[in-house]
Design a binder for this molecule. Structure first.
Ligand code: DON
Length: 306
Protein backbone atom coordinates (compact mmCIF):
# COMPACT_ATOMS: atom_id res chain seq x y z
CA UNK A 1 0.00 0.00 0.00
CA UNK A 2 1.27 3.45 -0.80
CA UNK A 3 1.77 6.01 1.97
CA UNK A 4 -0.95 8.35 0.72
CA UNK A 5 -3.48 5.51 0.74
CA UNK A 6 -2.46 4.54 4.27
CA UNK A 7 -2.92 8.11 5.49
CA UNK A 8 -6.23 8.56 3.67
CA UNK A 9 -7.50 5.36 5.25
CA UNK A 10 -6.38 6.48 8.71
CA UNK A 11 -8.27 9.76 8.27
CA UNK A 12 -11.36 7.95 6.96
CA UNK A 13 -11.42 5.44 9.84
CA UNK A 14 -9.63 6.56 13.00
CA UNK A 15 -10.11 10.23 12.13
CA UNK A 16 -13.89 9.70 12.15
CA UNK A 17 -14.07 7.84 15.47
CA UNK A 18 -16.76 8.89 17.96
CA UNK A 19 -14.58 8.00 20.91
CA UNK A 20 -12.21 10.98 20.69
CA UNK A 21 -11.18 11.58 24.33
CA UNK A 22 -11.44 14.93 26.14
CA UNK A 23 -9.80 18.20 25.16
CA UNK A 24 -7.48 19.68 27.80
CA UNK A 25 -9.78 21.64 30.09
CA UNK A 26 -7.30 23.11 32.56
CA UNK A 27 -6.15 25.67 29.98
CA UNK A 28 -9.34 27.60 29.03
CA UNK A 29 -8.05 28.50 25.58
CA UNK A 30 -7.51 24.81 24.77
CA UNK A 31 -10.84 23.77 26.32
CA UNK A 32 -12.72 25.53 23.51
CA UNK A 33 -10.96 23.72 20.63
CA UNK A 34 -13.26 21.63 18.41
CA UNK A 35 -12.39 17.97 19.15
CA UNK A 36 -13.67 16.85 15.74
CA UNK A 37 -10.42 17.70 14.00
CA UNK A 38 -7.73 15.34 12.80
CA UNK A 39 -4.54 15.63 10.78
CA UNK A 40 -1.47 13.61 9.94
CA UNK A 41 1.72 14.44 8.03
CA UNK A 42 4.65 12.23 7.17
CA UNK A 43 7.97 13.75 6.10
CA UNK A 44 10.11 10.97 4.66
CA UNK A 45 13.89 10.80 4.86
CA UNK A 46 14.00 10.79 1.05
CA UNK A 47 12.27 14.17 0.88
CA UNK A 48 8.77 13.03 -0.01
CA UNK A 49 5.98 14.45 2.13
CA UNK A 50 2.48 13.08 2.61
CA UNK A 51 -0.48 14.69 4.35
CA UNK A 52 -4.08 13.86 5.11
CA UNK A 53 -6.84 15.60 7.05
CA UNK A 54 -6.41 19.14 8.35
CA UNK A 55 -2.65 19.12 7.99
CA UNK A 56 -2.38 22.87 7.45
CA UNK A 57 -4.52 23.80 10.47
CA UNK A 58 -2.50 25.38 13.29
CA UNK A 59 -2.69 23.94 16.80
CA UNK A 60 -0.93 24.56 20.09
CA UNK A 61 2.15 22.33 20.19
CA UNK A 62 2.36 22.57 23.99
CA UNK A 63 4.79 19.99 25.40
CA UNK A 64 6.13 19.04 21.98
CA UNK A 65 8.06 22.33 22.31
CA UNK A 66 10.04 20.65 25.11
CA UNK A 67 11.93 18.63 22.50
CA UNK A 68 13.03 21.90 20.86
CA UNK A 69 14.06 23.54 24.14
CA UNK A 70 15.96 20.44 25.23
CA UNK A 71 17.85 20.48 21.93
CA UNK A 72 18.72 24.16 22.42
CA UNK A 73 19.80 23.52 26.03
CA UNK A 74 22.09 20.67 24.95
CA UNK A 75 23.62 22.97 22.35
CA UNK A 76 24.30 25.66 24.95
CA UNK A 77 25.23 23.62 27.99
CA UNK A 78 26.24 20.22 26.64
CA UNK A 79 26.23 17.53 29.30
CA UNK A 80 25.83 20.15 32.05
CA UNK A 81 22.11 19.90 31.20
CA UNK A 82 22.10 16.70 33.26
CA UNK A 83 23.01 18.65 36.37
CA UNK A 84 19.67 20.44 35.99
CA UNK A 85 17.41 17.53 35.06
CA UNK A 86 17.64 13.75 35.11
CA UNK A 87 16.98 11.36 32.26
CA UNK A 88 14.75 8.70 33.76
CA UNK A 89 11.04 8.19 33.19
CA UNK A 90 8.98 9.66 36.01
CA UNK A 91 5.99 7.30 36.08
CA UNK A 92 4.04 10.29 37.40
CA UNK A 93 1.64 12.71 35.68
CA UNK A 94 3.28 15.50 33.67
CA UNK A 95 2.49 18.15 36.28
CA UNK A 96 3.32 16.11 39.39
CA UNK A 97 5.25 17.68 42.26
CA UNK A 98 5.81 14.57 44.44
CA UNK A 99 9.10 13.37 42.98
CA UNK A 100 10.70 16.80 43.37
CA UNK A 101 10.54 16.64 47.14
CA UNK A 102 12.23 13.24 47.31
CA UNK A 103 14.98 14.15 44.86
CA UNK A 104 16.21 17.53 46.09
CA UNK A 105 14.14 19.53 43.65
CA UNK A 106 15.81 18.01 40.56
CA UNK A 107 13.20 16.99 37.95
CA UNK A 108 13.40 13.41 36.77
CA UNK A 109 13.59 14.32 33.08
CA UNK A 110 13.38 17.34 30.72
CA UNK A 111 9.86 16.55 29.47
CA UNK A 112 7.75 16.62 32.62
CA UNK A 113 6.62 20.19 33.37
CA UNK A 114 9.16 20.68 36.18
CA UNK A 115 11.96 19.50 33.90
CA UNK A 116 10.92 21.77 31.05
CA UNK A 117 10.69 24.74 33.42
CA UNK A 118 14.25 23.97 34.59
CA UNK A 119 15.35 23.76 30.94
CA UNK A 120 13.71 27.13 30.18
CA UNK A 121 15.73 28.57 33.08
CA UNK A 122 18.91 26.93 31.75
CA UNK A 123 18.62 28.37 28.26
CA UNK A 124 17.86 31.94 29.43
CA UNK A 125 21.49 32.48 30.48
CA UNK A 126 20.88 35.92 31.91
CA UNK A 127 18.65 37.06 29.05
CA UNK A 128 15.10 38.35 29.11
CA UNK A 129 12.16 36.06 28.23
CA UNK A 130 11.66 37.96 24.96
CA UNK A 131 15.20 37.23 23.79
CA UNK A 132 15.00 33.59 24.81
CA UNK A 133 11.68 33.18 23.05
CA UNK A 134 13.07 34.76 19.90
CA UNK A 135 15.85 32.19 20.00
CA UNK A 136 13.43 29.28 20.46
CA UNK A 137 11.19 30.55 17.68
CA UNK A 138 14.16 31.05 15.35
CA UNK A 139 15.27 27.49 15.94
CA UNK A 140 11.81 26.07 15.22
CA UNK A 141 11.48 28.24 12.09
CA UNK A 142 14.92 27.10 10.91
CA UNK A 143 13.99 23.43 11.36
CA UNK A 144 10.59 23.77 9.71
CA UNK A 145 11.93 26.15 7.06
CA UNK A 146 8.98 28.39 7.71
CA UNK A 147 9.31 31.90 9.11
CA UNK A 148 5.58 32.26 9.65
CA UNK A 149 5.63 30.08 12.79
CA UNK A 150 4.71 32.12 15.85
CA UNK A 151 3.39 32.09 19.40
CA UNK A 152 -0.34 32.19 20.08
CA UNK A 153 -0.46 34.96 22.68
CA UNK A 154 -4.04 34.17 23.75
CA UNK A 155 -3.00 30.60 24.68
CA UNK A 156 0.06 31.92 26.54
CA UNK A 157 -2.09 34.36 28.54
CA UNK A 158 -4.61 31.62 29.25
CA UNK A 159 -1.80 29.42 30.63
CA UNK A 160 -0.39 32.28 32.68
CA UNK A 161 -3.75 32.96 34.31
CA UNK A 162 -4.38 29.33 35.21
CA UNK A 163 -0.78 28.22 35.78
CA UNK A 164 -0.78 27.85 39.56
CA UNK A 165 0.51 24.30 39.41
CA UNK A 166 3.43 25.24 37.16
CA UNK A 167 4.16 28.26 39.37
CA UNK A 168 4.25 25.89 42.35
CA UNK A 169 6.71 23.61 40.57
CA UNK A 170 8.94 26.55 39.68
CA UNK A 171 8.91 28.05 43.17
CA UNK A 172 9.50 24.65 44.71
CA UNK A 173 12.58 24.13 42.52
CA UNK A 174 13.72 27.68 43.30
CA UNK A 175 13.59 26.83 47.00
CA UNK A 176 16.28 24.22 46.31
CA UNK A 177 18.37 26.83 44.51
CA UNK A 178 17.73 25.26 41.08
CA UNK A 179 16.29 28.31 39.32
CA UNK A 180 18.69 31.10 38.36
CA UNK A 181 16.29 33.72 36.99
CA UNK A 182 13.22 35.41 38.45
CA UNK A 183 10.54 32.72 38.61
CA UNK A 184 8.00 34.85 36.72
CA UNK A 185 10.49 35.29 33.85
CA UNK A 186 11.11 31.56 33.67
CA UNK A 187 7.39 30.81 33.74
CA UNK A 188 6.70 33.44 31.09
CA UNK A 189 9.29 31.80 28.84
CA UNK A 190 7.89 28.34 29.50
CA UNK A 191 4.22 29.26 28.92
CA UNK A 192 5.07 31.09 25.71
CA UNK A 193 7.15 28.30 24.19
CA UNK A 194 4.34 25.86 24.98
CA UNK A 195 2.02 28.22 23.08
CA UNK A 196 3.86 28.00 19.75
CA UNK A 197 1.29 27.25 17.06
CA UNK A 198 2.20 24.88 14.24
CA UNK A 199 0.45 22.60 11.79
CA UNK A 200 1.28 18.95 11.13
CA UNK A 201 3.17 19.75 7.93
CA UNK A 202 5.50 22.15 9.75
CA UNK A 203 5.94 19.85 12.72
CA UNK A 204 6.80 16.78 10.65
CA UNK A 205 9.40 18.81 8.78
CA UNK A 206 10.84 20.18 12.04
CA UNK A 207 11.38 16.64 13.34
CA UNK A 208 13.32 15.40 10.32
CA UNK A 209 16.74 16.00 11.90
CA UNK A 210 15.97 13.27 14.42
CA UNK A 211 15.28 10.80 11.60
CA UNK A 212 18.75 10.96 10.10
CA UNK A 213 21.27 11.10 12.93
CA UNK A 214 21.04 14.82 13.57
CA UNK A 215 21.15 16.04 9.97
CA UNK A 216 18.10 17.11 8.01
CA UNK A 217 18.25 14.47 5.25
CA UNK A 218 16.62 16.76 2.71
CA UNK A 219 18.33 20.12 3.22
CA UNK A 220 21.53 18.40 4.48
CA UNK A 221 21.72 20.90 7.33
CA UNK A 222 23.42 19.40 10.37
CA UNK A 223 21.45 20.32 13.46
CA UNK A 224 23.04 18.15 16.17
CA UNK A 225 25.62 15.37 16.31
CA UNK A 226 24.45 11.83 15.66
CA UNK A 227 25.04 10.87 19.27
CA UNK A 228 22.87 13.78 20.43
CA UNK A 229 20.07 12.86 18.04
CA UNK A 230 20.09 9.30 19.36
CA UNK A 231 19.95 10.55 22.92
CA UNK A 232 17.04 12.92 22.25
CA UNK A 233 15.19 10.03 20.60
CA UNK A 234 15.87 7.78 23.58
CA UNK A 235 14.48 10.42 25.95
CA UNK A 236 11.38 10.80 23.78
CA UNK A 237 10.86 7.04 23.87
CA UNK A 238 11.29 6.76 27.64
CA UNK A 239 9.71 10.03 28.80
CA UNK A 240 7.91 11.69 25.87
CA UNK A 241 4.44 10.54 26.96
CA UNK A 242 4.90 10.93 30.74
CA UNK A 243 3.23 8.09 32.65
CA UNK A 244 1.90 6.85 29.31
CA UNK A 245 5.40 6.37 27.83
CA UNK A 246 5.45 2.62 28.42
CA UNK A 247 2.03 2.25 26.81
CA UNK A 248 3.13 4.32 23.79
CA UNK A 249 6.32 2.28 23.36
CA UNK A 250 4.27 -0.90 23.64
CA UNK A 251 1.61 0.14 21.15
CA UNK A 252 3.59 2.29 18.70
CA UNK A 253 7.25 1.48 19.27
CA UNK A 254 8.67 4.85 18.21
CA UNK A 255 10.23 7.79 20.05
CA UNK A 256 7.47 10.35 20.41
CA UNK A 257 6.63 13.61 22.12
CA UNK A 258 3.06 14.54 22.93
CA UNK A 259 1.39 17.79 23.92
CA UNK A 260 -1.94 18.58 25.59
CA UNK A 261 -2.96 20.45 22.44
CA UNK A 262 -3.44 16.94 21.02
CA UNK A 263 -0.32 16.80 18.85
CA UNK A 264 2.27 14.03 18.75
CA UNK A 265 5.61 14.12 16.95
CA UNK A 266 6.94 10.61 16.36
CA UNK A 267 10.29 9.64 14.85
CA UNK A 268 10.87 6.51 12.78
CA UNK A 269 14.69 6.51 12.63
CA UNK A 270 16.01 6.31 9.09
CA UNK A 271 12.47 6.42 7.73
CA UNK A 272 10.29 9.42 8.56
CA UNK A 273 9.14 12.13 10.92
CA UNK A 274 5.42 11.93 11.63
CA UNK A 275 3.16 14.59 13.09
CA UNK A 276 -0.39 13.78 14.07
CA UNK A 277 -3.05 15.95 15.69
CA UNK A 278 -6.39 15.24 17.27
CA UNK A 279 -7.31 17.46 20.26
CA UNK A 280 -9.07 14.83 22.42
CA UNK A 281 -6.80 13.31 25.05
CA UNK A 282 -6.68 10.02 26.93
CA UNK A 283 -6.61 9.76 30.75
CA UNK A 284 -2.92 10.70 31.01
CA UNK A 285 -3.09 13.66 28.62
CA UNK A 286 -1.90 12.19 25.32
CA UNK A 287 -3.87 12.44 22.05
CA UNK A 288 -6.26 9.51 21.96
CA UNK A 289 -6.80 9.23 18.21
CA UNK A 290 -3.26 10.44 17.52
CA UNK A 291 -1.90 7.41 19.32
CA UNK A 292 -4.29 5.10 17.49
CA UNK A 293 -3.27 6.61 14.17
CA UNK A 294 0.41 6.06 14.87
CA UNK A 295 -0.30 2.51 15.99
CA UNK A 296 -2.04 1.86 12.70
CA UNK A 297 0.67 3.56 10.64
CA UNK A 298 3.38 1.47 12.28
CA UNK A 299 1.39 -1.73 11.71
CA UNK A 300 1.13 -0.90 8.03
CA UNK A 301 4.74 0.20 7.54
CA UNK A 302 6.64 -1.99 9.99
CA UNK A 303 8.39 1.12 11.32
CA UNK A 304 8.51 0.07 14.98
CA UNK A 305 12.09 0.25 16.26
CA UNK A 306 11.61 -3.06 18.05
O1 DON B 1 2.37 23.38 31.38
C1 DON B 1 1.44 22.77 30.90
O2 DON B 1 0.65 22.12 31.59
C2 DON B 1 1.28 22.81 29.41
N1 DON B 1 1.78 24.05 28.89
C3 DON B 1 2.01 21.68 28.73
C4 DON B 1 1.63 20.31 29.23
C5 DON B 1 1.61 19.27 28.19
O3 DON B 1 1.54 19.52 27.01
C6 DON B 1 1.55 17.87 28.66
N2 DON B 1 1.38 16.97 27.53
N3 DON B 1 0.75 16.09 27.26
Amino acid sequence: MYMQEILDEIVATIGQSDDRGQVANYIPQLACIDPNQFAISVAMADGRVFHAGLSDTLFSIQSISKMFTLTIALGKLGDAVWNKVGREPSGDPFNSIVQLEHENGKPRNPFINAGAIAIADAIMMGHQPKETLAEILNFVRFLAEDDSISIDETVAQSELKTGDRNASLAHFMASFGHINHPVDHVLGTYFHHCSIAMNCQQLAKAGLFLVADGMDPVSKKRVVSSQRARRINSLMLMCGHYDGSGEFAFRVGLPGKSGVGGGILAIAPGKASIAVWSPGLDEVGNSKLGTQALEKLVQQTGWSIF
